[in-house]
Design a protein around this ligand. Structure first.
Ligand code: EPZ
Length: 418
């Protein structure tokens, strides 16, 4: 297993080129199941989850052409096996496309994970509302329906992958499907835009109500995936916590307004350009702030751990910060490890109160999930001494060449086998 050795204390300054978004790429690749024609994504991110998804899709009949395009001339299997799904719960994203294209799908029921129980009831209830028969057998979701029918369905929570699965399932359904209380994340909107380019009839994406009118088939296309707003904010956070100045590009406006607002509340200067965004930390300490995570356009839960790292050194001996995690029930896995670096954090239920300290101190810490590992890296960049972050396979699921990018702006990060 790999670990990262981080020598803290340097101010980070410079430019970071941000890879494409894992949470857009994962559902986008699944769209290859919906057409016999090649679909070509020009900038698939080089992260572990993408390799898992490509392996899963290959088993279903998706070939990788020499051009790099994906083509599913015909469905070879409708089974997403436990061995693949247990490694990556986003495998559930093949459920809607398989049902739409092949009329059947057998997807291992994703278990919970470090951050929460992660049910998929919205996905299943929505498909049942479209006429699918859903059985749970031997740990598998067995879904069947010759021809899905348009329906009205209200989600009890604006689930990101739930919305994407139901939109994908509805593209060939008979008549109109109206989905309400949909997720509004930029990644959801992008999947809908890509489906429209393939010939789907979709309106309302990016809002809470999405309407899909079924068509008979979809065609291939070429698509450039949007930049990863979560990797981007992580690099801005590296600038904030080390008192430096980081410019990230490419950048899409209005994909992270709540995050930029919180950086500004912490005292950072944030300047947005047409295709970049620059953060400059305040000359003194970061200010303590309050954060409450919420579905888009609210403050993203995927930024919570990174901001907590920054807030561990905000207004030392001043007013505390408060973070309330309202999306997942167990997303404070990074707290115990940050405490080991000297952070003063009290957790009460889904609330964390953070008393800023003058300095964090280096320690050997352990990553527990993707964003917690990013939080520990940020803390290591600011801590006095050499921090060792173990189990960085969590980090490799969603960050591309992280240590290379950080070292290019003045960090001292080394990857080692442990
Ligand atoms: C997506 O997960 C992201 N993953 C997560 O990113 C992200 O944290 C999350 O959206 C929220 O933004 C991908 O896009 C691959 P949800 P998803 O369904 O779709 C409840 C990362 O770090 N819920 O929006 O699984 C659920 O319990 C990952 O990149 C139901 O109750 O999240 C949770 O409380 C982590 N029933 C809330 O909704 C359902 O059927 C949000 O879940 C589905 C969800």
């Amino acid at each position: 297993m790999d670990c990262l050795l981080i020598e803290g204390g340097s101010r980070l300054n410079g430019d970071v080129e941000v890879p494409s978004a894992k949470n857009a790429a994962l559902p986008l690749l699944c769209l290859s199941l919906l057409t016999e024609e090649p679909v070509h994504f020009t900038n698939i991110p080089d992260v572990a989850d993408m390799r898992s998804m490509l392996r899963l899709l290959k088993g279903l009949g998706v070939e990788r052409l020499s051009s790099g395009a994906l083509q599913c001339a015909k469905i070879a299997s409708v089974v997403a096996p436990y061995e693949e799904v247990k490694k990556m719960r986003a495998s559930i994203l093949v459920l809607g496309p398989l049902l739409a294209r092949a009329g059947a799908a057998e997807v291992s029921l994703p278990g919970g994970c470090a951050i929460g129980e992660r049910p998929v009831d919205i996905h299943l209830k929505g498909l049942q509302a479209m006429g699918a028969t859903i059985d749970l057998e031997g740990g598998y979701i067995k879904a069947r329906c010759k021809k899905l029918k348009g329906c009205k369905f209200v989600m009890h929570f604006p689930s990101v992958t739930g919305t994407i699965n139901l939109v994908s399932a509805a593209v060939f359904a008979e008549g109109e499907t109206v989905l309400e209380n949909c997720a509004r994340e930029p990644e959801v909107a992008e999947v809908c835009d890509a489906l429209i380019k393939m010939g789907a009839k979709i309106t309302g994406h990016g809002s809470s109500t999405i309407k899909i009118t079924g068509v008979n088939s979809l065609k291939g296309m070429t698509w450039q995936i949007q930049p990863d707003r979560i990797q981007l904010l992580t690099y801005l956070g590296a600038g904030a916590i080390t008192g430096g100045s980081i410019r990230c590009f490419p950048y899409r406006a209005n994909a992270m307004n709540a995050v930029l607002q919180s950086f500004r509340e912490m005292g950072c200067e944030v300047v947005e350009g047409a295709n970049d965004v620059r953060l400059t930390a305040p000359s003194g300490k970061l200010k303590s702030i309050q954060i409450e995570t919420a579905p888009f356009p609210g403050f993203p839960t995927d930024a919570q751990a990174q901001f907590m790292a920054c807030l561990t050194v905000a207004s030392p001996a001043g007013a505390p910060s408060m973070i309330t995690e309202k999306v997942f029930e167990n997303r404070f896995g990074h707290v115990g490890e940050l405490r080991r670096m000297g952070a003063q954090i009290q957790v009460k239920g889904n609330m964390a109160v953070i008393e800023g300290v003058e300095k964090l101190s280096a320690a050997h810490v352990m990553a527990s999930d993707l964003r917690a590992s990013a939080s520990l890296v940020l803390a290591g960049l600011a801590a006095e001494g050499k921090t060792k972050v173990s189990r960085v396979y969590h980090l490799d699921r969603g960050y591309e060449k992280l240590e290379e990018k950080l070292n290019a702006v003045g960090a001292k990060v080394r990857r080692e086998k442990e």
